[in-house]
Ligand binder design. Structure first.
Ligand code: G
Ligand code: G
Ligand code: MN
Ligand code: NA
Length: 254
């Protein structure tokens, strides 16, 4: 309860901010987009990990307001990047299931797009695999509306749940994110790489984009390339960066 109050007032005081982690095309080693990641730095300078405060934000319902702010902030950052010449760059935004379930979610999304003027075709919402499997009918309809705005959908932490493949198709998903745990195991054995391999194959068969998360070394990147995985994200390329550092990092790329 104390943390909930601290989060509420911290949010109002502007203690929340976003970092952006580049997403890389494995064929060219160039950035194609970034994932926005929520951060909370308290007044005393202490950084609270998202794993600790996001569950509290969800439990208290505060995530609805915070999530709206995150989306608007990410849209604004996308526009800044476009103004700096990065016009093919995409922005991925994590969405909590509490947020997605909220009756005004679609209105919130449309208003954020209209008010900021961000191009929906360059925005992606990440929902977790466990979320994708809940309340199928309602979710299918909601995501169909999202897709009609032009915004695309990625399944985060893919491989950790048990999604039915036909359901995945009904959800009109655009991208699968191979969970970090499977990327970590990839260099160990043929067995270790089998889940990553299966997701890449699934993506190819269903015509979906695939991105590997948590890529930390060149060996992992090489195996992913050999498996035919098109995209990667992880410390090998960059940690999550402030807007200024992201721009500098992108400038250093060219
Ligand atoms: O860097 P990392 O510790 O940020 O992220 C930890 C977890 O927090 C991840 O599971 C990530 O999906 C989640 N997360 C990060 N930013 C957001 C956000 O803006 N909204 C939601 N709902 N989850 C987020
Ligand atoms: O949304 P998601 O659950 O995928 O959140 C991504 C999380 O993974 C964030 O906490 C981010 O900071 C973290 N992360 C990103 N790249 C790496 C990496 O290469 N290694 C590890 N261990 N964590 C990473
Ligand atoms: Mn994510
Ligand atoms: Na993930």
């Amino acid at each position: 309860v104390r943390m909930m109050h601290a989060l509420r007032s911290g949010f109002q005081r502007g203690e929340l901010f976003l970092d952006y982690q580049p997403q890389i095309d494995l064929a060219t080693n160039r950035a194609i987009g970034a994932e926005a990641l929520l951060r909370w730095r308290q007044q005393d300078g202490k950084l609270v990990p998202p794993d600790r405060f996001i569950p509290i934000a969800e439990y208290s319902g505060l995530i609805v307001e915070i999530g709206e702010w995150v989306l608007r902030e990410a849209c604004t950052e996308l526009l800044r990047l476009r103004a700096a010449g990065h016009t093919a760059f995409t922005m991925s935004v994590n969405v909590s299931q509490v947020q997605l379930r909220h009756p005004h979610f679609l209105d919130m999304l449309r208003r954020a797009l209209d008010d900021t003027g961000a191009p929906p075709d360059f925005i992606e919402l990440e929902i977790t695999e466990s979320m994708a499997m809940e309340e199928p009918a309602a979710l299918v309809e909601k995501l169909a509306h999202v897709k009609r705005t032009g915004v695309s959908i990625a399944i985060d932490d893919f491989g950790t749940g048990f999604s039915s493949l036909s359901h995945l198709q009904r959800l009109q998903v655009d991208r699968l994110k191979i969970d970090r745990t499977f990327v970590t195991e990839i260099t160990g054995s043929a067995r270790g790489s089998s889940i990553a391999q299966m997701v890449v194959q699934l993506g190819r068969n269903l015509g979906l984009s695939v991105i590997a998360e948590g890529v930390e070394d060149e060996r992992q990147a090489q195996i992913l390339r050999e498996l035919g995985c098109p995209l990667a994200q992880g410390y090998l390329y960059s940690r999550p960066l402030s807007p200024e550092n992201l721009l500098a990092w992108l400038a250093g790329e060219s």
